[in-house]
Design a protein around this ligand. Sequence first.
Ligand SMILES: Cc1ncc(COP(=O)(O)O)c(C=O)c1O
Length: 404
Amino acid sequence: MTRLPAEDVLLADYREPGALHVFAPVTNGDKLNFYGLAVAPEIRWIRNATNQLVNLYQEYVPGSARATGLLLELAEEARTLIKELLLDPAEAGGCRIEFVGGTSRAVEVALARTGQPRRIIISPFEHPSVIEVAKWFVSISGAELWQLHCAPQHFFRCWQEQEDDLISQIAEAVADTKTAALVLSEVNYATGAVIPVERIIDRIYQFTSPLALKIILDGAHAAGNNQNPRGIAKCASYVFSAHKWLLAPEPCGVIVSYNPPPDQLVPYDAWNSTLPATTVNVHMLAGLVSSLRFLKKLGMEKLWEHSRRLRRRFVDRIQALFTVVGEDSGVDITLLLAICPSPGRRWKFSATELSAYLQSNSVHALVMNIDPQSPWLRVAFPCFIDFEHVDILCDVLEKTIRDD
Ligand SMILES: Cc1ncc(COP(=O)(O)O)c(C=O)c1O
């Protein structure tokens, strides 16, 4: 394993001895967390700040004016920070921001607000959890589920062709129905590719209308992943996760609605302008505020720059053996990618064996079965990863490949 001189940009502004440990919170060497499961690990600063807020709340009697006041204040601070850190200032003023218990719940709420669409259309780039939410939703609403498809080899085509194919599938899906809802990710959870959602929405509304087709954008892997949400003003709801790229220590889904109808129903568990009707999760809210304070303190751009350098180092090192899925398709990239063996090379392992091999080397990355011929490996570069972790990953990966 190559050991490298310290070159982390995070230290520059965080002048404490051993400051990097703030970003490598998992002890005992198990730090090779390339987001096998894309959930932020415990980050000491954020956890301590969360605990302090929860302790403050616990001094009050639940339901008292002081307890309620504190919670509403924290929710408002979270909204202000989201606007400041993530939203386009020109749109932020028109955005309503709500918090619920997870991304999937956020998608469900967004679906429920689309009226009573007869068809729920799921893009080919949706995460399996979102497909489960859609199945659940149609089982309750009586709507029909319509999944769009993209063959694995199509992920390598130029984006224009992929987009044209997507648009024609959507046109077919809405052709014979009066009302439908479409769920579309802004960043492909599998490949990290940025889907140009604004352009796609413009194209869709050339053949249908916002009344006939409500669009929900899933920004679970977009918000805070080298970019800020796009398309908020063009869709019915934009949802994202606070517990992925925004580092919140507890699951939290965020729903952003641009100029929502004033009479729209607030779900019983959503943090809207008042408290949720159900018993609240104080840890979720305290964690959300703390992670946003942390991001503000360190600066998103600085964290992204660190991650971009990790990504570049990874790609430079593995490019002789692996291909980055869709790297030549011309879309914007994020801090997440998928690799497969380069032409003329193969994995030594099946998907299950590869997963076990990586885990046995303490590497946590996602082995995916999108291509039945050959597994793809998703690797993410969140800010708490360090350069030497990338080198270890590359050393481990070099042993997974054989020539044809
Ligand atoms: C794009 C996308 N949407 C939704 C989800 C579901 O998120 P949650 O587990 O918070 O419900 C995930 C999970 O990784 C995801 O990647």
